[in-house]
Design a protein around this ligand. Structure first.
Ligand SMILES: O=C(O)c1ccccc1N[C@@H]1O[C@H](COP(=O)(O)O)[C@@H](O)[C@H]1O
Length: 207
């Protein structure tokens, strides 16, 4: 099966369209005010309206309250929610949208247990762990910690770049990969050339 690609941290229409032209399957919008990639609801709605069909849109939250999530769901028509904080499974399931759960690969974390705990998730997104930083660290983790039998329900994230993505796809064989900082010209601004090189790397890793 082809490895799906999500480009996260979209803040501008031209970056969204560059990602779609390059073949991205999904676009991520960060609704987390401390992040340099944070987007306002109106901005995300405008970008989402400009998209062609068959592109999955993903709203990323970190321990957001119900009202904030409901506003994004109603105002943007987002397809999927990515929970990137300490949200429990019941909370993730409350918002009327399919969801994925980000798990930060702290030492000792057991991916099998996380998968069982978040059985209602469409997939688990595995990201690097840095204390005090919820995500978008640009750091990788030891991919050998991902059990082979989970690969088909894993979205691999954390420090992926055009230079390491082929190796990552070859080694992990994840359902999908997720990149933010690795395809940026600066924080919150994507680099169309880097996106294209990233997409080529994904293909190369599958050959
Ligand atoms: O991008 C952010 O600023 C961010 C903030 C809070 C939680 C998650 C965030 N980003 C997500 O982190 C992973 C890995 O990002 P990177 O490729 O290492 O930069 C990815 O899912 C981002 O969307």
């Amino acid at each position: 099966m082809r490895t799906r690609v999500k480009i996260c941290g979209i803040t501008r229409e031209q970056d969204a369209l560059a990602a779609v032209r390059a073949g991205a399957d999904a676009l991520g919008f960060v609704f987390y005010p401390p992040s340099p990639r944070h987007v306002e609801v109106a901005q995300a709605r405008q970008i989402i309206r400009s998209l062609p069909p068959f592109v999955t849109t993903v709203a990323l939250f970190v321990n957001a309250d119900r009202g904030s999530i409901a506003e994004v769901v109603q105002e943007t028509g987002i397809d999927l929610i990515q929970f990137h904080g300490h949200e429990c499974p019941d909370y993730c399931a409350e918002h009327g949208r399919p969801w994925i759960k980000a798990i930060r690969m702290q030492d000792g974390l057991d991916p099998d247990k996380a998968m069982a705990d978040y059985a209602g998730a469409q997939a688990l997104l595995l990201d690097a762990y840095r204390p005090g930083v919820p995500g978008g660290t640009g750091e990788t983790f030891d991919w050998r910690r991902i059990p082979e039998h989970l690969a088909g329900r894993i979205i691999l994230a954390g420090g992926l770049t055009p230079d390491n993505i082929a190796h990552a796809v070859r080694q992990v064989k994840p359902y999908a990969v997720d990149v933010s900082g690795g395809v940026e010209a600066e924080k919150g601004i994507k680099d169309a050339d880097a996106i294209q090189r990233f997409m080529r790397g994904v293909q190369l890793g599958q050959e």
